[in-house]
Design a protein around this ligand. Structure first.
Ligand code: FAD
Length: 421
């Protein structure tokens, strides 16, 4: 069997793995990325494409209670189907313990500081690497139909201002002036100027191209079945073909599928898949002008993201274990609920339907850093609703861990994967 000497192996070719590979290859390391399917074929393929910096984490105080109350409400974006799943029950118990003010503030603090840095990185990457991914640095809007949601937006706006962002509340009239596709039913909302939209799949493909240009090797269609080690030192990975690839450093960026490869090291990552959907539509020229701005519909948490030649509606979060079943009811929910906020959907045709699994941690903060006790093994996963947003800064943090870069990210401590032990 041929043994190939490599320095860094990145496992998983989603947006996180590609960004890690890019920054490491840029620093001259010999990087091999291994993806079992195609580049960006997991959650990174069809997300809403929103670089939603400063976005509050998923562990809002009272969230579990709210979800329990909403369990039977088909209109709720948050769903936990009743099913016997001990792993999920354990995770929900941990999640519940993080849905309090103190933990929420800790998570929001970590995420919001990273948000400022990641947005700068997006701007410079798109520019320097000439990424053709439809990147629009124009912020995004949140719109609502009810007073209750308006209060929530107001509270989020106040939280974000404390963390150095400059969102502003907007009246219904102001919102409709900017986005005429919005209906009279809108009560008001907010504008988040620090934000951007891109086609997420094209971003991953373009970053993969840039990584390869910087010397990274990308292997597709091979699954990593085991991380190899000798004593406490990582030595490489084993592929499903039986081939071994040697490495001094292995970075696991396997999204919702991350638990299997760390189990051997007695390290349990508390990740649960948070399932979401997208439905892409193309508007006919017979109807009113289609939306031109990205906005999130507050009560439903569904994004409307105009992209090149189509509009994406994406959202909902469902904890139903590891499955990719396309639930038509949830898909219909994505566009039917959007029709309450905007006009013109009756003049559109569906061109794509998709489901993806967000890797979620109980405290809403990703796990980025070393696996304790094993020199050379790192994880970068658990980005939940913010994987695209935080991908560049995650790549930078991994670069810092592997190489000891000069930049300092004080939030790295809050992201340490062993914080749940
Ligand atoms: C509906 C929806 C909307 C979203 N909207 C946004 C948004 O607007 N903004 C935002 O920032 N985020 C958004 N997200 C979240 C974002 O998509 C995820 O956080 C992000 O894609 C996670 O990236 P990842 O690289 O960790 O995982 P993935 O993209 O899932 O990549 C993991 C990869 O690892 C591979 N893999 C797994 N195991 C192995 C193995 N053993 N060997 C080799 N390969 C392996 C898989 O095939 C997969 O390709 C959304 C998610 C959903 C579902």
């Amino acid at each position: 069997m041929e043994m190939t000497k490599e320095r860094v192996v990145v496992v998983g070719g989603g947006v996180i793995g590609i960004c890690c590979s890019y920054f490491l290859a840029k620093r001259g390391l010999r990087v091999t990325l291994i993806e079992r399917n195609g580049i960006g074929s997991g959650a990174s393929f069809g997300n809403a494409g929103s670089v939603a910096v400063g976005h509050t984490p998923i562990n809002k105080p009272g969230r579990v209670l709210e979800a329990a109350r909403e369990m039977l409400n088909p209109r709720s974006p948050f769903r936990i189907p009743l099913r016997w799943n001990p792993g999920l029950i354990k995770w929900l118990w941990k999640y519940r313990s993080h849905c309090n003010k103190e933990s929420f503030e800790r998570s929001a603090n970590a995420l919001s500081s990273l948000g400022h840095a990641t947005l700068d990185l997006f701007d410079s990457l798109v520019d320097q690497e000439n990424l053709k991914c439809g990147y629009r640095r124009e912020g995004f809007f949140e719109v609502c139909l009810t007073n209750n949601a308006l209060e929530h937006i107001n509270s989020d706006v106040r939280t974000m201002v404390r963390y150095g962002y400059s969102p502003a509340m907007m009246s219904a009239g102001e919102l409709r002036e900017v986005e005429p596709a919005l209906k009279e039913t809108i009560l008001g909302g907010a504008y988040f100027p620090q934000g951007a939209t891109c086609d997420p799949f094209r971003f991953v493909l373009e970053m993969a191209r840039s990584s390869e240009k910087s010397g990274a090797r990308i292997i597709l269609g091979n699954e990593v079945t085991e991380v190899l080690s000798q004593d406490t030192k990582i030595t490489g990975v084993l592929l499903d073909t039986g081939e071994k690839i040697e490495a001094d450093t292995v970075i696991l960026t396997t999204g919702s599928y991350s638990q299997r490869l760390t189990q051997k090291f007695g390290f349990h990552l508390p990740i649960q898949p948070g399932k979401g959907y997208h439905r892409d539509v193309r508007f006919s020229c017979e109807g009113p002008p289609p939306p031109t701005h990205t906005f999130v519909m507050s009560e439903t948490s569904v994004y409307c993201s105009p992209m090149s030649g189509f509009t994406r509606f994406a959202g909902t979060i469902e904890f139903s274990g590891m499955n990719h079943d396309l639930n038509k009811e949830r898909l219909n929910y994505v566009t039917n609920s959007a029709a309450e906020y905007m006009s013109g959907l009756e003049y559109s045709e569906v061109i794509s339907e998709w489901t993806g699994l967000r890797p979620c941690t109980p405290d809403g903060v990703p796990c980025v850093g070393p696996v304790p006790g094993h020199s050379g093994l790192f994880v970068a996963t658990g980005h939940a609703t913010l994987g695209l947003t935080l991908a560049p800064i995650t790549g930078k943090m991994i670069e810092q861990y592997v190489l000891g870069s000069s930049e300092e990210f004080p939030q790295m401590e809050a992201l340490k994967p062993d914080r749940f032990m």
